[in-house]
Design a protein around this ligand. Structure first.
Ligand SMILES: *Cc1c(COP(=O)(O)O)cnc(C)c1O
Length: 449
């Protein structure tokens, strides 16, 4: 209140509205300057004052309240943290994999100062941007060589541009996917000047189909992870090793857009059937492309591993310069990969969430029930999301609020921090597997009627 008393609160004269500089030095308003900048704060103050000029009876306290409310909504327009109650671990709209705090701290030290990103300290001359991360990738995946670009889509682009321009690429019809964000393989082929040669049917393809499609114009044999869907039933796929054997006979490179990029067998977290990068390398694929922020649990990046001679050709493509990653990504990726080198997987939030025992989640759900009127514990299924393991579901517990009208979800999204849940049949579910125990207090408070 003391702060408000500095302002002239008489409501009889419009000209007696407080001066801009007085408002800017108000404690509650000035606090925003450090985050939003003086110009933004000033603009909001001026806009509120401009409105107040046309209204009589404005008092100073209310004026400050409305300025603060506007500044708060400015903050919300920026990038802010949210509580993920969706149970989707790699939610692309919520930033995919949360990074390991330890990796981030180490990267912070590098990113906030100078570092030897492209400098060879021994030679005192320019070095390779990719040397350190490359060494780790080779060590972990068993591949001969590796390369890094901005994301997996860029990795596919670079591969096609290098090997498939004005050439034919043979792909199974069942793998011509559209991943999220409108990235459709056939369109990317076309953009890269490659001629798509589709073989097989949506559900069945044989080695002989690929063999028949081979020609002197064949640039690549291409495999793609199905990403966000699965095919079941009367299905026949060409095993990667068989395609590799065909490629070797024909002298054509075999490439896989693996997307998901698991570097550890997910069976240890109860998830079956996801091919790891190491497996793809062992099967002999010439190049394998995958994302850094899916099952790897790191920053957005596109990673290519494979045969030395082919990676060398990618490295020589001038397009690489346009796709190169910055020091922050490099630092984060190196630190994330160290977790794999030391096999301390649960240092990565993705695996910590996957490894959380169901009973822990059940107990937390019971805690919510005790504290939030109308809350019930519900057995639900979390999933991975982000274009990975469309079939996999993970047992979990959620806090369920019945007869949750749409208002509740709206109110939770407007909360600070925003809480994003799942609405099904008029019920609200907040899946505890993707909510950290540290967030429980905030969520419980937000759920109070
Ligand atoms: C996710 C995915 C991509 C795109 O990866 P980004 O890193 O998001 O560019 C490409 N291909 C497949 C098969 C994918 O699953």
């Amino acid at each position: 209140m003391a702060a408000q008393n500095q302002i002239d609160t008489s409501n009889d004269a419009r000209q007696r509205l407080p001066a801009v500089h007085r408002l800017l030095s108000e404690r509650r308003i000035a606090a925003f300057e450090a985050i939003l900048g003086r110009e933004c704060v000033k603009r909001q103050v001026n806009e509120v004052l401009g409105k107040a000029r046309h209204e009589d009876g404005r008092d100073g306290g209310r004026l400050i309240d409305s300025i603060v409310a506007r500044l708060e909504s400015c903050l919300r327009e920026g990038l802010i943290g949210v509580v993920n109650g969706t149970g989707i671990l790699l939610h692309t709209n919520l930033g995919r994999a949360p990074l390991a705090g330890e990796a981030f701290d180490a990267a912070r030290a590098l990113a906030t100062g100078y570092c030897n990103i492209e400098y060879d300290l021994e030679a005192g001359a320019r070095g390779s941007r990719y040397a350190r991360v490359g060494a780790l990738l080779v060590e972990i995946t068993g591949a001969q060589d590796s390369l890094l670009v901005n994301n997996c889509a860029a990795a596919v682009l670079l591969i096609l541009d290098t090997f498939a321009k004005r050439r034919e690429v043979i792909v199974s019809r069942g793998q011509l996917v559209e991943i999220g964000g409108g990235f459709r393989l056939p369109e990317i082929f076309e953009r890269c000047g490659a001629t798509l040669v589709e073989v097989g049917t949506a559900n069945k393809v044989y080695v002989k189909d690929f063999e028949r499609a081979l020609s002197t114009r064949t640039g690549l044999l291409f495999r793609s992870h199905l990403s966000n869907f699965a095919v079941r039933g009367f299905v026949e796929e060409v095993p990667p090793a068989a395609l590799v054997a065909l490629g070797a006979r024909a002298g054509v490179a075999v490439v896989e857009d693996l997307g998901t990029g698991a570097l550890v067998d997910l069976q240890r977290f109860g998830l079956r059937g996801e091919r790891t990068v190491q497996q793809a390398v062992q099967e002999g694929l010439d190049l394998v492309a995958f994302s850094g922020d899916k099952l790897l649990g790191g920053p957005q990046a596109g990673i290519i591993v494979g045969k030395r001679a082919l990676v060398a050709r990618l490295r020589a493509n001038p397009l690489l310069r346009a796709l190169r990653v910055d020091k922050v990504t490099l630092a984060l990726l190196v630190q994330t990969l160290r977790v794999y080198a030391t096999q301390e997987y649960t240092k990565l939030p993705l695996f910590a969430m996957l490894a959380t025992p169901l009973d822990d989640l059940r107990k937390r759900a019971a805690e919510y029930c005790a504290r939030v009127p109308g809350a019930r514990a519900a057995r639900v299924q979390s999933c991975l999301g982000g274009g990975t393991l469309p079939d996999a579901s993970i047992d979990s517990y959620a806090v369920q609020i019945d007869d949750a009208r749409a208002e509740l979800a709206v109110r939770l999204r407007a909360h600070s921090p925003p809480i994003v849940g799942r609405i099904e049949d008029g019920k609200l579910f907040l899946d505890l597997r993707t909510i950290s125990p540290a967030e429980d207090v905030v969520v419980m408070r937000a759920l109070q009627p």
